[in-house]
Write a protein that binds this ligand. Structure first.
Ligand SMILES: NC(=O)c1ccc[n+]([C@@H]2O[C@H](COP(=O)([O-])OP(=O)(O)OC[C@H]3O[C@@H](n4cnc5c(N)ncnc54)[C@H](OP(=O)(O)O)[C@@H]3O)[C@@H](O)[C@H]2O)c1
Length: 328
C-alpha cells in the first residue's frame, strides 16, 4: 500500500507523519510532497528517510490514499490528479467541505458517510472538530437545538508562519509589541487576545465563525441547528478552547451528561482539574470541563472543551479516516 502526504513539511503534515507511524501498518510505502523550497529534504517515517518531492502534476503517481495539508489552493489544483490515479484524497483544507457530495467526516461521529463511490473526504475545521466531539454524545442523549460557542483559537491553527511570529513577538516589551508592524495577525498576539479569528466575511462574522455554523450542522446532521459563534485568537501555541452554551429539546442532567461524555471514545470529562490548552497539547482526547446546567433554563448545558488543533483538529482525524479506509 502507498500513501502520499501532501504538505508533509508543515505543522499538520509533520503530525500526520507521527500519526501514520502510530496508527497504520508499518509496511506502508510513503511519498512526501511539499513546495519547491522543500524538495530534496528528507523526513523520517518509521525510521526510514523519505525524500520530499515538489508537488507538481509530473510527480504524481498511483497511491492508495493521499493526505492533503498544503492549503486550499493546492487541494483544488492537485486533488483531482491523485483521484484520477486511483487514490482516495483526505483533505484538511476548507476547499471542499461544504460540497454536498463530499463527506465531512469526524472519525467516531460520521465515518459511515464514506460510501463505495467516495473518493474525496473533507476533514473539518479544527475548532469545529473539538466542539462536535463534545456535542455529539450530548445531542444523542438530549437532542440539540442551538449552540452559542465562544472559541479561543491557538496560533498553530494558522500554520508555521504564525507560530514563528508569536515566538518573535514574545521577545518584545509592551511598547515594542504595540508598535511592531512585522506581525502575522493584524494586532500583536504575544500575551494577547485578538477578538477576531480568521477573516471577516460580508455578514461581519469571520470565515472561522461561519465554518462552525455550516460544518457543525453538516457533521451532526442537524440542518436547522442554530449557531451564534464568536471566535478569538489567543497567544497560546497549541490547543483550541471553546466555551459553549448548548440548548437541548429535553431537560438535561449533569450526571447523565458526564456519563455520556466519558463513554464517548475520544472525549474525557475532567471534573477535578480544569482542562487547559497545555493539557490538550499532544493529547489525543477532547477534554471537557466546567459542565453546568443553565441559570435560566434546565434545557441548557454550559461547558468548556479544549483539544489539540493539530491532532483531533487535523492530523489525528485525517489518519483515523485513513486507517478506516485501510481496514475497509
Ligand atoms: N494548523 C492547524 O491547526 C490546521 C488544522 C486543520 C486544518 N489545517 C489546514 O491544513 C493546511 C496546512 O496547515 P499547516 O498548519 O500545516 O500549515 P504550514 O505549517 O504553513 O504548512 C504548509 C504546508 O503546505 C506546503 N505548501 C505550501 N505551498 C505549497 C505549494 N505551492 N506546493 C506544495 N506544497 C506547498 C508547505 O510546504 P513548504 O514547507 O515546502 O513550504 C507545508 O508543507 C491548511 O490548509 C490549513 O488550513 C490546519
Amino acid at each position: 500500500m502507498k500513501i502520499a502526504i501532501v504538505g508533509a513539511t508543515g505543522l499538520v503534515g509533520r503530525n500526520i507523519i507521527k500519526q501514520c507511524e502510530q496508527l497504520l501498518p508499518k509496511e506502508i510505502e510513503y511519498h512526501l510532497f511539499a513546495s519547491s523550497k522543500s524538495a530534496g529534504k528528507s523526513l523520517k517515517i518509521n525510521d526510514q528517510d523519505v525524500v520530499v518531492q515538489e508537488l507538481n502534476s509530473k510527480n504524481i503517481k498511483e497511491y492508495d490514499i493521499a493526505l492533503f495539508s498544503a492549503g486550499g489552493d493546492r487541494s483544488k489544483e492537485f486533488s483531482e490528479y491523485f483521484i484520477s490515479q486511483g487514490s482516495y484524497v483526505i483533505d484538511n483544507s476548507s476547499a471542499f467541505r461544504m460540497q454536498d457530495e463530499v463527506p465531512l467526516v469526524v472519525y467516531g461521529i460520521n465515518e459511515d458517510q464514506i460510501t463505495t463511490t467516495t473518493k474525496l473526504i473533507a476533514n473539518p475545521n479544527c475548532t469545529t472538530m473539538g466542539l462536535v466531539m463534545a456535542l455529539k454524545p450530548l445531542h444523542d442523549k438530549f437532542n440539540l437545538n442551538s449552540i452559542t460557542p465562544v472559541a479561543y483559537q491557538a496560533v498553530s491553527g494558522s500554520g508555521t508562519e504564525a507560530v514563528n511570529s508569536l515566538k518573535k513577538e514574545e521577545l518584545l516589551d509592551k511598547e515594542s509589541l504595540l508598535e511592531n508592524k512585522d506581525t502575522f495577525y493584524s494586532r500583536p498576539i504575544a500575551r494577547n487576545v485578538i477578538p477576531l479569528a480568521g477573516n471577516l466575511t460580508e455578514n461581519e462574522y469571520s470565515d472561522e465563525e461561519m465554518k462552525i455554523v455550516y460544518e457543525s450542522r453538516k457533521i451532526l446532521d442537524i440542518p436547522g441547528l442554530l449557531v451564534e459563534p464568536s471566535n478569538a485568537r489567543v497567544g497560546v501555541v497549541t490547543g483550541h478552547g471553546v466555551f459553549c452554551s448548548a440548548v437541548f429539546e429535553e431537560d438535561v442532567n449533569i450526571e447523565e451528561a458526564i456519563s455520556v461524555l466519558n463513554n464517548f471514545e475520544g472525549v474525557q470529562y475532567w471534573s477535578d482539574t480544569l482542562a487547559t490548552p497545555l493539557d490538550a497539547e499532544d493529547n489525543l482526547n477532547v477534554l471537557v470541563s466546567r459542565l453546568r446546567i443553565g441559570l435560566s433554563n434546565t434545557r441548557i448545558l454550559n461547558f468548556w472543551c479544549v483539544s489539540d488543533n493539530l491532532l483531533k483538529g487535523a492530523a489525528l482525524n485525517a489518519v483515523q479516516i485513513a486507517s478506516y479506509l485501510v481496514k475497509k
